[in-house]
Design a protein. Structure first.
Length: 100
């Protein structure tokens, strides 16, 4: 079963456009990593500096490896400098409802 890596970033209004651009740049690079399946970038309709990225990976090990490998990349470092609070990552699995 695949896993989801969910990233949450908060940028001040003055840095929202730059934060979005660097986040988009990060995720343009992710298809080059083993185990990457897909992602969606979501923008909070009320707070444009609040971004969520929901990505899907074949395994947690692949998601973790991409995190370790990309941590020193200039895009990741730029995102970390721009945020108003540390970016958060949540690893999740899809909950499959049982048939009624």
């Amino acid at each position: 079963m695949s896993i989801y890596s969910i990233w949450e970033s908060r940028f001040a209004a003055a840095e929202a456009a730059e934060g979005r651009a660097v986040t988009e740049a990060i995720w343009r690079d992710m298809p080059g990593f083993d185990g990457y399946l897909s992602h969606e970038l979501l923008v909070d309709a009320d707070h444009p500096g609040h971004l969520l990225v929901i990505s899907q990976w074949t395994t947690r090990e692949h998601a973790d490896a991409s995190l370790r490998s990309y941590a020193a990349h200039p895009n990741a470092q730029a995102a970390n400098r721009l945020v108003t609070e540390p970016r958060r990552r949540t690893i999740a699995t899809r909950l499959v409802a049982e048939p009624r």
